[in-house]
Design a protein around this ligand. Structure first.
Ligand code: ATP
Ligand code: LTN
Length: 333
């Protein structure tokens, strides 16, 4: 009899709260792409997470579809992985309620993202913003994911998810797989082009390059990128955060190592270097932008992808949720 190989499971998601950025590409999607050949991958558009801060309904609807088109244009293959929208699979919110009863107030209060976002949205600090990591834990645990490919900023949330799973398993036996964060060695934290001490973020348009930006906008943003008062292109994140960030971007966009990139630009000024980084990113994103535009003109195809994705995701999620109900002592329906 042939051995059945159990493939490891991967889950990740991105909020449709803005455009996909160079940061989310380098920190997450690039890795998602590489993993689909070897693992069972499930990638989500986490719209329920997006509403933890106020969204415009028409814009949210458009961004969800655009984000799906970009997932596919980046190489995520709906034949190889499951692509779906979080709100289409109701088990996410059901399990989140349950897990919230196994999560401490103190644990959630310590989350860095909550502290930052509650400063940014001081007039609207909702219960949803606070319990955001519980919903994220539910996303991951429903699919019994072994690994979660994310940028460095999400490590704390994956660790909390693991703690919640461990606590639950400690009480009820082996219910959940304990997930590991998968964080890339290079590109896990791309910094803002405006201020290289801050993470590149959707909420800072000039410091941030979007996947769908036009070449002239990408060129302009790199030309204006903040560097330092020296002239040497050298990787030293503490002394030269701006230049080091550009080297990281160049290296990941061109496939060359940071050392090769340093050698390539030695003796050249920052002007030529910035132009080359911009050009590398333009060429990296050009096919993605063109393919996204093509896919967006075929709404029926995109709808078919997310409908099938939700159906397959639901089939997996319901099994975990039923098991959880049984373990908790809920009467079966
Ligand atoms: P916000 O900017 O509003 O905080 P975000 O861009 O960090 O949002 P998402 O788009 O949900 O949030 O992040 C998607 C994925 O991309 C996550 O895995 C996150 O860790 C990763 N990511 C986001 N920004 C960066 C960055 N600057 N460098 C590396 N990875 C990033
Ligand atoms: N919080 C994540 C998005 C997210 C996620 C997930 C990532 C929601 N659910 C499950 C991995 C696994 C962020 O990037 N802001």
């Amino acid at each position: 009899m042939e051995d059945t190989v159990v493939r490891k499971k991967i889950f990740s998601g991105i909020q449709p709260s803005g455009e996909l950025t160079l940061g989310s590409y380098m920190g997450a999607i690039r890795n998602w792409n590489a993993l689909q050949a070897e693992y069972d991958c499930i990638y989500c558009i986490v719209d329920l997470h997006a509403i933890t801060v106020r969204q415009d309904p028409a814009q949210l609807r458009r961004r969800c579809l655009t984000q799906l088109a970009q997932y596919v244009a980046c190489g995520l293959d709906p034949e190889k992985c499951i692509l779906f929208v979080q709100s289409h699979v109701p088990e996410h919110t059901e399990l989140a309620w349950i897990l919230g009863c196994y999560t401490q107030f103190g644990e959630l209060s310590r989350m860095t993202q909550f502290k930052q976002k509650s400063q940014q949205h001081a007039d609207n600090i909702t219960a949803g913003l606070f319990t955001y990591p519980v919903l994220m834990a539910s996303d991951i645990l429903l699919y019994q994911a072994d690994a979660v490919p994310v940028g460095a900023d999400q490590k704390q949330h994956v660790e909390l998810c693991r703690d919640i799973a461990q606590r639950f398993n400690g009480i009820y036996g082996d219910v959940f797989t304990l997930p590991e964060p998968l964080i890339p060695k290079v590109g896990a934290r791309i910094m803002s082009l405006n201020n290289p001490l801050n993470k590149m973020s959707k909420s800072d348009p000039e410091g941030c390059v979007n996947l769908l930006d036009k070449p002239e906008d990408i060129r302009r943003k790199f030309k204006r990128a903040v560097t330092d008062s020296e002239t040497s292109v050298r990787f030293d994140p503490d002394a030269k955060p701006g230049v080091s960030n550009l080297l990281t971007i160049y290296s990941t966009a061109s496939g060359k190592s940071v050392e090769e990139a340093e050698a390539e630009f030695s003796g050249q000024g920052y002007g030529a270097f910035k132009t080359a980084v911009g050009d590398a990113v333009i060429e990296l994103f050009r096919p993605i932008r063109e393919e996204s535009e093509r896919l967006l003109s075929d709404k029926a195809y995109l709808e078919q992808i997310y409908r099938q994705g939700a159906e397959r995701a639901h089939g997996i999620a319901i099994r975990t949720l039923r098991k959880v109900h049984r373990k908790l002592g809920f009467l079966s329906r």
